[in-house]
Design a protein around this ligand. Structure first.
Ligand SMILES: *[C@@H]1O[C@H](CO)[C@@H](O)[C@H](O)[C@H]1NC(C)=O
Length: 466
């Protein structure tokens, strides 16, 4: 677009003078001439700014097709940076007068400014009837660094589901075209598509579509969109990929040695901590069950701990952790196996042991009774032998009618034992008769054990030697 430098002369002859507002106001302000626009205009390097502006003229003046408009800058000399003369618009390539001057519109637009564009600007009209520079508002153009970032669409990412994300270059400008729009990050298998969208006012926006399939492993990894402009200028937006996925979990135990994660063996009084460690995005609702009964629930924490303190038998069983989010469910269970340290605590065992002990007690009583009476009735054994029954003990009680010591020789089958007790038999002969009569029938069956008999003899032997 052609740009001609022109010098402006008018009622405020030098633009230098209007930079000093006080002075210019005194000299230039006239009733009916008003301007409404921004006092300060910020424009970023590489980008653009549109500034609305309205002006008025006294009612005696009618704006016509041959009314010319100028935007003047104070830089160096008073020059017009943009103007309209005879329906033609001119620009210096960065500052544009875009308003329709014949309608009182002085709107302007600045694109890809340079540092030299910083400063005060003034609007002026020139008409056969009026030449006037507006000084009540002198917009100051502030050129700043490029800080606007590209916009990355907030697309929901789900593990395994292909998506398209869009990066939009900052600015909606007329002639600015980014030199590149690029993506950086862990995304793989990507397809890129760069396009622009044009608007009615002649401005455009620039976009890049990236199509890829996010994976769980991409979650929380950085990615960015970078947009480059002329002269090495660039801007970027960096984000973390937020990839959603269904839960997975592990169960760990504390307080006991667990060979595997499927079961732990506990004893009475143990304490066990079961940790359900869930990995999911978004957070899962985590529930601990014991045999299908909910025992612990947490919607926010992803490490949900179940503590079993001072374990008793009733704590044993299957514990299951379940984690669910909108993408799926994960479940794992662990068996708590209770090992009793005291076997009699089992009712069956206790009954068996009790029964056995009772039996032993009866036997013991029997043996003691037997020994007692045996001591008092040694002499009877000789009488027994006469029967040749083969059972010495039985004979003692079976023949209560023997009342006198029998000194006949012992039977051959019982030689040794009988010889040993010979003396005793004589000593105790008188006493035995009474006791024998009283108890022989009752105790007969119980006292059968051969072992008991042997013990008995050893005691009997001692008696005669005392
Ligand atoms: C870019 O991606 C957006 C979002 O998926 C889509 O609406 C648009 O049509 C795509 N544009 C092109 C040109 O592919």
């Amino acid at each position: 677009m052609p740009f001609k430098r022109i010098r402006i002369f008018g009622d405020c002859l030098s633009f230098i003078l209007i930079v000093s507002q006080l002075w210019s106001n005194i000299n230039c302000q006239k009733p009916g001439y008003e301007i409404h626009t921004d006092e300060i205009v910020h424009v970023q390097r590489g980008l653009c700014t549109y500034v609305p502006c309205k002006f008025t003229v006294p009612t005696t003046i009618i704006l016509r097709r041959n009314t010319n408009g100028f935007w003047l800058t104070s830089r160096a000399k008073t020059v017009a940076v943009a103007y309209r003369i005879n329906s033609l618009y001119y620009t210096n390539g960065r500052f544009y007068l875009i308003g329709d001057v014949t309608r009182g519109d002085c709107s302007f637009y600045i694109e890809e400014p340079r540092s030299i564009d910083e400063g005060v600007y003034a609007f002026r009209i020139e008409d056969p009837q009026a030449q006037f520079t507006y000084t009540d508002t002198l917009p100051y153009v502030d050129v700043t660094e490029l800080t606007d970032k590209p916009t990355i669409s907030s697309t929901r990412l789900v593990d395994g589901e292909e998506v398209t994300m869009t990066c939009t270059s900052p600015g909606k400008c007329r002639s600015i075209v980014p030199t590149y729009i690029s993506w950086e990050g862990a995304m793989t298998g990507t397809r890129l598509m760069i396009y622009n969208i044009s608007y009615e006012d002649g401005s455009r926006t620039f976009h890049s579509n990236i199509t890829f399939t996010p994976r769980k492993s991409h979650n929380n990894s950085p990615f960015l969109c970078r947009v480059g402009f002329k002269e090495g200028l660039f801007t970027m937006d960096k984000q973390m990929l937020n990839v959603e996925y269904s839960p997975s979990m592990i169960i760990t135990t504390e307080g006991v040695d667990a060979n595997d994660t499927a079961s732990v063996i506990v004893e009475d009084g143990d304490s066990v901590t079961l940790n359900c460690i869930v990995d999911s995005n978004p957070n899962a609702s985590v529930i601990w069950y014991k045999e299908d009964m909910v025992v612990h629930r947490n919607m926010n924490k992803q490490v949900v701990t179940l503590q079993l303190i001072n374990i008793t038998e009733s704590d044993a069983g299957r514990y299951q952790c379940s984690a669910m989010n909108e993408h799926g469910v994960a479940k794992k269970s662990i068996q708590i196996i209770y090992l009793s340290t005291m076997p009699e605590s089992s009712p069956v065992i206790a009954a068996a042991v009790g029964g056995a002990m009772f039996l032993l007690l009866i036997i013991l009583i029997g043996v003691l009774l037997f020994m007692y009476f045996r001591k008092k009735g040694q002499h009877i054994s000789d009488g027994n032998l006469k029967d040749a029954s083969g059972n010495y003990i039985n004979e003692i009680y079976s023949y209560p009618e023997f009342t006198t010591p029998d000194v006949s020789p012992p039977e051959k089958t019982l030689q040794k034992e009988v010889n040993a007790v010979d003396d005793a038999i004589y000593v105790n002969s008188d006493d035995v008769q009474y006791s024998r009569l009283a108890f022989s029938k009752n105790k007969h069956k119980v006292i059968q054990e051969q072992e008991d008999i042997e013990i008995e003899y050893s005691e009997i032997k001692k008696v005669p030697h005392k």
